[in-house]
Design a protein around this ligand. Structure first.
Ligand code: DUC
Ligand code: ZN
Ligand code: ZN
Length: 467
């Protein structure tokens, strides 16, 4: 299955590379191909798809006084189990730090630890003259996109002046500007007022981060991108009004893109409000505290995300994988939702959860491949190497069984380094059977054959979507 169609075919892998896609029973240079290879993987009745590319992950991200609980080792292993064979993680430059040092630190965390190939975007948390100069050199390092935050004053936040200057670098270099689009200063006032009223439960995280704050920031990012001519990619879109902004800008011909995440397709603020357990009481809702937040199902944001995936107003699905345990991590926010580290762990389940969209008729099989692999490769400068089963591409291949079944839960399918699953109880009509990463079988049924250090750093080129 590719982004453009499906066919019954044999895929010939030679070493780390796809050599040919052949009609079954083909001969190559006079020899019967199937009879002359070292190994045949029988995928009859199953889908053979390009390995998933998760273009938004946060392994070992320092956040809220703690650190995201998946290391590059545990996070990429979980990814492999779930049919994802490449990630693009966010290297972080914090206040007062040099961009080069932030990037070097991320290389140190990842090198020799990944089970699958990995690339980096660069978070620029401190836009100043030094970092603006350093950003111009990032494409030479194979880092062809940077992320700014309109949220999180005091942590990663950039004001409009800083955004404008960074976007000018984006325009000049062809690097994609990735934007966390929420009005952080306004959100922080609302959050403080809620806490002052004693509204401290996790649910109020979503009330403080109102959709108006996402719509406004998305619009502002679009206008700054228009003014500067920067290509813009808005991450973790969750509000239907934010999608309307993207669609509006795209209809006017602007080079603007957006992703959503499984949590914004499946989960809701109402469910977070209703969450309660013996152990945690209403603090149970902390499991789903992430930013942007879960949105109201009554307001139909989830339906709008699925629709946008069909109409191509949103082009990709990434996870924003940013896992924290309840114990000692989410727990930090007991009595004050502002102190709950933001994030959900989903890297293992993205391919399955999005396949559910095929089963329920929300998207087509081809669109599934496009949203989870082909477009991520093209968007982030990996076209030709990743995201398609074609001659010359890396042999990153998943055999997916539409007749298989996957039960998600902490005691079931769970390899992420977390003490809970945000997806507990989800039942998937489908199963990742076999996973190849550059020609090596790393998942074979219930057996894991990958190893840390198998994954290599991906030096990325510029986006195929540049004009
Ligand atoms: N959102 C999250 O949920 N976690 C990390 C950073 C972010 O923007
Ligand atoms: Zn973000
Ligand atoms: Zn993120």
């Amino acid at each position: 299955v590719s982004a453009t169609g499906r066919a019954v075919a044999d895929v010939l892998v030679d070493g780390e590379t796809i050599r040919a896609v052949l009609e079954p029973g083909s001969t190559l240079l006079g020899t019967d191909v199937a009879a002359s290879v070292d190994r045949v993987i029988d995928a009859a009745g199953k889908y053979v798809i390009p390995g998933g590319i998760d273009a938004h992950t946060h392994m070992q991200l320092p956040f809220g006084g703690t650190e995201a609980s998946d290391t590059f080792e545990t996070g990429t292993r979980a990814a492999a189990w779930g049919g994802t064979t490449s990630i693009i993680d966010f290297a972080v430059q914090t206040y007062g730090q040099r961009v080069e040092d932030g990037l070097a630190a991320w290389h140190e965390k990842a090198a020799g630890n990944c089970a699958i190939d990995y690339g980096f975007h660069q978070i620029v948390g401190d836009v100043n003259e030094d970092s603006l100069a350093a950003m111009r050199r990032l494409p030479d390092e194979g880092v062809s996109s940077f992320k700014l935050f309109m949220a999180y004053p005091g942590v990663f936040y950039s004001d409009d002046a800083q955004i404008l200057k960074a976007m000018q670098v984006s325009r000049d270099t062809g690097m994609l500007t990735m934007m966390h689009a929420e009005n952080g200063p306004a959100i922080d006032v609302l959050a403080q007022q809620l806490v002052d009223q004693g509204k401290t439960d996790p649910y109020y995280h979503g009330i403080a981060r109102a959709w108006e704050m996402e719509e406004e920031a998305t619009h502002r990012a679009i206008m700054l991108a228009k003014l500067t001519g920067a290509p813009l990619y808005v991450v973790h879109v969750s509000a239907k009004q934010a999608v309307e902004q993207l669609a509006w800008a795209r209809d006017k011909g602007q080079n603007v893109y957006g992703e959503t995440c499984p949590q914004y397709l499946y989960l809701s603020l109402e469910e977070q409000l209703g969450a309660e357990s013996e152990q945690w009481g209403h603090f149970e809702g902390a499991k789903w505290v992430c930013s942007t937040p879960l949105r109201s199902r009554e307001e139909r944001h989830q339906d709008a995300m699925w629709q946008a995936l069909r109409t191509n107003d949103l082009q990709m699905v990434s996870t924003d994988h940013c896992p924290f345990c309840m114990k000692d991590q989410k727990e930090l926010g007991l009595g004050d939702f502002r102190k709950i580290p933001n994030g959900i762990g989903s890297i293992e389940h993205r391919m399955d959860l999005m396949y559910q969209g095929v089963v329920t008729g929300e998207i087509t099989l081809e669109r599934w491949v496009e949203l989870t692999s082909t477009t991520p490769a093209r968007m982030f400068g990996l076209a030709g190497r990743k995201g398609a089963i074609q001659p010359g591409a890396d042999a990153d291949i998943v055999v997916y069984d539409p007749n298989g079944h996957t039960s998600i839960g902490l005691e079931k399918t769970h390899h992420m380094n977390m003490d809970y699953s945000a997806w507990e109880g989800y039942e998937i009509d489908g199963h990742v059977d076999t996973v190849l990463s550059r020609g090596k079988v790393i998942v074979d049924g219930d057996e894991y054959l990958g190893a840390k250090g198998d994954g290599r750093f991906l030096k990325r080129g510029l986006s195929s979507y540049l004009v």
